[in-house]
Design a protein around this ligand. Structure first.
Ligand code: SIN
Ligand code: FE2
Length: 217
């Protein structure tokens, strides 16, 4: 964790920059402050440690996970769902930190989409070479609320596979401090994360975090 602090590029001087990639996909650069987000992640994961969850197919997830907010996304042999409690400790999840909600709200404003209150935040941690397979986010009760995701630490190549075969798949480079929004027609499109690569210029940096803010209920 300390490595992420010490190797961090000073984002404070960079202004947020929004790009609409079409189909309701917004890429906002330089929005999240790594240092304050990592502090909050540290506090949350002291209460509910990160773990690999079992998928219904019987394989552990490659990334490790924890949650904050009223609901947490969980997976086991019975399937994927949102739960008000950590299935291991039976504790409610820690509250969604104000910092995460502020980034979420700023992202919605910058993308010019109606803001909404997320009730779930999945925290994914990727070590070098870990990836996330192609999937759709469809465990929410109302899948019309956008997905807002915050990237911290090592960069990732995020792939989006449109439902419409006439639209080419997209590769989006998500760097430290970036926010990605999937809304409107892209909200239910499949997506995944390529294996995380080391950064030769920051050899002590070995981790990527992703915070996915969603309205699950
Ligand atoms: C996810 O789709 O659940 C994770 C996305 C990411 O790590 O950027
Ligand atoms: Fe996803």
């Amino acid at each position: 964790m300390a490595d992420l602090f010490t190797q961090e590029h000073d984002r404070a001087s960079d202004e947020p920059q929004v790009t609409h990639l079409g189909h309701g996909i917004f890429h906002i650069k330089h929005l999240a402050s790594t240092e304050s987000c990592l502090r909050r992640i540290d506090e949350i994961t002291q209460e509910i440690p990160m773990r690999h969850m079992m998928t219904p197919m019987g394989y552990p997830t490659k990334a490790s996970m924890s949650n904050c907010g009223k609901y947490g996304w969980v997976s086991d042999l019975d399937g994927y769902r949102y739960s008000e409690r950590d299935p291991i400790s039976q504790q409610p999840w820690p509250a969604l930190p104000r910092e995460f909600l502020q980034i979420h709200q700023s992202a919605c404003q910058l993308a010019n989409i109606p803001s909404f209150l997320p009730d779930a935040c999945l925290i994914n941690r990727y070590e070098i070479s870990q990836s996330m397979g192609r999937h759709k986010d469809k465990d929410e009760q109302d899948t019309s609320w956008p997905i807002v995701s915050i990237s911290l630490g090592l960069s990732a190549v995020f792939e989006v596979y449109p439902d419409n075969p006439e639209i080419s798949p997209m590769k989006i480079l998500l760097e430290d401090g970036d926010v990605l929004i999937l809304s409107s027609s892209s909200r239910l499109w499949a997506h995944g994360v390529k294996p995380i690569k080391a950064d030769l210029l920051q050899p002590n940096l070995t981790t990527r975090y992703n915070l996915t803010l969603r309205r699950s209920h």
